[in-house]
Design a protein around this ligand. Structure first.
Ligand SMILES: NC(=O)c1ccc[n+]([C@@H]2O[C@H](COP(=O)([O-])OP(=O)(O)OC[C@H]3O[C@@H](n4cnc5c(N)ncnc54)[C@H](OP(=O)(O)O)[C@@H]3O)[C@@H](O)[C@H]2O)c1
Length: 254
């Protein structure tokens, strides 16, 4: 595949992201607190997380190890950050979540596999086969967009992990219900874990400064902003004493 073809796929994929973004404000993705049995066959929740995130990890590992250009420049840094994120999401996160008998619809897993296949495929193929290696030499490491992006990536990942951790520990072992989370960024937004993930991939796109990374950032936004709104509305319906000043995902804004 040449660069023009990959860019064309990115533009089509971006168009689909916008359509999905709008749709997700009207149709709530049925996993986690929004799980229903009306979306067809169900699969174990932890297994579902593992299966749906594994392609992203596997594809990026493959391109890092077997790609033509992976070690001709510093693009291995981008691969490493991506792989680091997905090691957590594929292996550690599913092992940490509680409520062990929970299920999710298989259709969610299949959709997420497509999402991960496309985003990891576009980013991995671009970085390992098509990227202009001169762009990722040592002077790249001192550009303002690399430095700012790296800071945002680390800050976003830290917020995401800490918030996920707080949520997971709201339940004592064996408990299955929901509580109002408090403290840390939960005093500002209902879903700081999703906010952190948005900051993280925004940082990655800044560092990478290429179309596939921008495409992945847009997809993350397209997915997570409506999901955060769904979570926020759900909290207000479930808890009459839910803090009124809290926003959905962006502190003070939305
Ligand atoms: N890159 C992407 O496009 C993308 C898409 C989706 C998710 N993600 C990431 O995947 C992670 C999970 O996303 P999510 O939307 O499923 O997160 P979530 O609804 O906030 O749930 C996170 C975990 O905490 C539990 N939990 C949440 N709120 C709780 C409460 N009030 N009381 C007790 N337990 C609570 C959930 O249990 P239950 O499962 O039982 O609700 C789940 O185990 C996040 O880090 C997110 O950033 C990324």
């Amino acid at each position: 595949m040449n660069l023009e073809t990959l860019y064309l796929i990115c533009y089509i994929w971006l168009g689909i992201a916008i359509a999905v973004h709008i749709t997700m404000f009207f149709i709530t993705a049925p996993f986690g607190r929004h799980t229903t049995t009306t979306w067809g066959p169900m699969i174990d929740n932890k297994l579902g997380w593992f299966i749906m995130e594994l392609p992203s990890l596997g594809i990026m590992l493959y391109f890092l190890m077997f790609g033509t250009l992976s070690f001709n420049s510093y693009v291995w840094i981008l691969f490493s950050l991506w792989i680091f994120h997905y090691l957590n999401r594929t292996f550690i996160y599913p092992l940490r979540i509680r409520a062990t008998d929970k299920k999710m619809p298989l259709v969610i897993v299949l959709n997420a596999i497509l999402f991960n296949f496309m985003n990891a495929g576009l980013n991995g193929y671009f970085l390992s086969e098509l990227a202009d290696s001169s762009m990722y030499q040592s002077d790249w490491l001192t550009t303002p967009h690399f430095i700012l992006g790296a800071v945002l990536f680390v800050v976003g990942m830290t917020i995401n992990w800490k918030s996920d951790s707080i949520l997971i520990h709201l339940r004592k072992p064996g408990e299955t219900g929901y509580k109002i989370p408090r403290g840390f960024l939960f005093d500002y937004v209902s879903s700081p874990n999703l906010f952190g993930e948005l900051v993280e991939w925004g940082g990655f796109a800044l560092m990478a400064w290429n179309l596939p990374a921008l495409t992945f950032m847009v997809w993350t936004f397209a997915n997570l902003v409506p999901r955060a709104k769904n979570h926020h509305d759900w909290y207000h319906q479930k808890f009459t004493d839910y803090p009124k000043e809290r926003k959905a995902v962006f502190p003070f804004l939305f």
